[in-house]
Write a protein that binds this ligand. Sequence first.
Ligand SMILES: NC(=O)c1ccc[n+]([C@@H]2O[C@H](COP(=O)([O-])OP(=O)(O)OC[C@H]3O[C@@H](n4cnc5c(N)ncnc54)[C@H](OP(=O)(O)O)[C@@H]3O)[C@@H](O)[C@H]2O)c1
Length: 262
Amino acid sequence: MREWTNDETVGLGSRDVDIRDADQVRVVVEKARPDWIVLAAAYTNVDDCESHPDLAFSVNRDGTVNVAKAARQTGAKLLFLSSDYVFDGKKTSPYETDDARNPQSVYGRSKAEAEIRLCEALPDCCVARTSWLFGMGGKCFPDTILKLAASRPALDVVNDQRGCPTYSVDLARAIIKLCRSGARGIVHTTNSGDCSWFEFAREIIKGAGLAAEVRPVSSQQMARPAPRPAYSVLSAKSLREYEIVMPTWQDALHRYLLERKN
Ligand SMILES: NC(=O)c1ccc[n+]([C@@H]2O[C@H](COP(=O)([O-])OP(=O)(O)OC[C@H]3O[C@@H](n4cnc5c(N)ncnc54)[C@H](OP(=O)(O)O)[C@@H]3O)[C@@H](O)[C@H]2O)c1
């Protein structure tokens, strides 16, 4: 909302509309009559999704279909935020937009099914897949690492999952460009470069000038309810078609650390 200037924008949160309720969605969309809807709402707790699959599918898949139907009824275009977790992580080179989905977790399945149902209901929609988001105004990996590093001499961080950290400000700017270009289809929208969570944590600690030691561990050592893809780097080829170049994740992290200080 902060980044999108020079156009009229309406920000809606979960207190304004529950996307699981088709009537509520229709009413707010009919009232706002937008040219574009950016659908970022989701049940995003990847581990909790494993024990609450009904909630995951009702918000992430069925809620998305409700928004798609309201968009179709009012003639709005729709950009849907999806996830690298729609992939199984077995590749060793960046995922292209037409690589097969094979989600390993409930969250990943709910987003993958949302993509499929959305493209059936609204073939002109845009699916912007992103990954490893961080930014101000909520819990995120760098924030957690910085808080832990303030009270612990050493941190264990997984070194066998690779992805693309993405700064919410850069994602927002890319989303705005995509909407203004009339984007359709799947677009991989992440900061450039890739790393493991361990490498990301090391850069966070270094950037913040902290002394905590970061130690690499395996996913097995840090077992969590939801399986994560070992490799979910997304190719920037689809972004280049819209002449969008995202900054590196290191540059993005540097700006996040500055934003955090102010
Ligand atoms: N975080 C990541 O690393 C990541 C990676 C790839 C893709 N994504 C996708 O990017 C988008 C944004 O992610 P995020 O991490 O910023 O998510 P987030 O911080 O969890 O925010 C999600 C928002 O959705 C709202 N919401 C949840 N259930 C809803 C419902 N039934 N009706 C209306 N609103 C509802 C939440 O409201 P409450 O807070 O009131 O519940 C919250 O404001 C999501 O679509 C996510 O799947 C995220």
